[in-house]
Ligand binder design. Structure first.
Ligand SMILES: C[S@@+](CC[C@H](N)C(=O)[O-])C[C@H]1O[C@@H](n2cnc3c(N)ncnc32)[C@H](O)[C@@H]1O
Length: 284
């Protein structure tokens, strides 16, 4: 589900009445701005925020970010960056190519007076990052980037990794019931497997604007997906200097403590995996 919308259609309002201009010149409707703030705030403050509680739980269990220099790559509207910054004694640098997202992130940071986070609009492929990072996170980002570009990004991120550091990647694999990012408006899980022309018609019928300078509605967001799978990600990592050292394939079965460590990676059970988690380290 696109989390911002909570599955509801927003009232259609005349666009020009709702334009809100910021100092950096970005324009977005007042309605979208407020929804963006509310969504990011929920991701920040609510430990059980619908699509992020598994991520938060796993990070708490597996990683201690105290004392770490954290890069939140593709930080979006910053909810998770603020969560890292206030749940651990760490420094966080959140970057994203989308000016609208960074604008919301900066406003939310100011609203909550969080000082150990910095947000910037930045394309890592335009030049090296200012620092080295112990923990680099790509949370729900990798599936949105064309694979040849993602390959270059991993090469650049590897160069920004501090000694002993790791890159943590989470994403819904393409067979996941939610991988289309539009099932909440189409009303059908796994709808990415419908015939393309039918799915596009269904999305067009239910299309909605979303906060985004780069992708500003659900149809664009769907078309921007790279249909990521574990094998495609492994192929993307070839030559990057990175290798996986941990993998978890999360599904509903992990709710039951006796199946906590079960990974449903075999066909057809892999269609029930909702999220893949990977930790990458530099090759020796
Ligand atoms: C679904 S959002 C996830 C945001 C955030 N990580 C979270 O968990 O809430 C994906 C984000 O990736 C960003 N993105 C896509 N391509 C990018 C790139 N090449 N460099 C930086 N950010 C990128 C998008 O602008 C968007 O904000």
């Amino acid at each position: 589900m696109h989390p911002l919308l909570n599955g509801k259609r927003r009232d259609k309002l005349p666009f020009e009445h709702w334009l809100k201009k910021s100092q950096d010149g970005t324009m977005m409707t007042q309605t979208l701005y407020e929804e963006g703030m509310a969504y990011a705030e929920q991701n920040y403050l609510d430990e059980n925020a619908s699509h992020l509680h598994v991520d938060k739980k796993l990070i708490r269990e597996k990683f201690n970010l105290d004392g770490k220099n954290v890069l939140d790559f593709g930080c979006g509207m910053g909810g998770m960056s603020l969560w890292y910054a206030t749940n651990f004694d760490c420094q966080v640098y959140g970057i994203d190519i989308d000016r609208h997202h960074i604008r919301v992130a900066n406003d939310l940071r100011s609203k909550h007076d969080v000082y150990n986070v910095k947000f910037e609009v930045r394309n890592i492929l335009d030049g090296p990052l200012p620092d080295q990072y112990d923990f680099i996170v790509l949370n729900d980002v990798a599936e949105h980037i064309p694979l040849p570009v993602l390959k270059k990004i991993f090469v650049a991120l590897c160069k920004s990794l501090a000694p002993g550091g790791g890159i943590y990647v989470s994403y819904p694999p393409w067979r996941s019931p939610y991988a289309s990012h539009v099932q909440h408006v189409v009303g059908i899980p796994w709808c990415q497997f419908l015939p393309e022309h039918l799915l596009i018609k269904l999305i067009e019928k239910n299309n909605l604007p979303i906060v985004g300078d780069v992708e500003s509605d659900l149809l664009e967001a769907y078309k921007g997906l790279n249909h990521l799978t574990h094998n495609k990600l492994m192929a993307t990592l070839e030559g990057s200097g990175l290798k996986p050292v941990f993998r978890k394939s999360h599904s509903f079965i992990n709710k039951f403590s006796m199946f906590n460590n079960t990974n449903l990676r075999f066909f057809p059970m892999d269609f029930l995996v909702t999220k893949e988690f990977l930790l990458l380290k530099k090759l020796p």
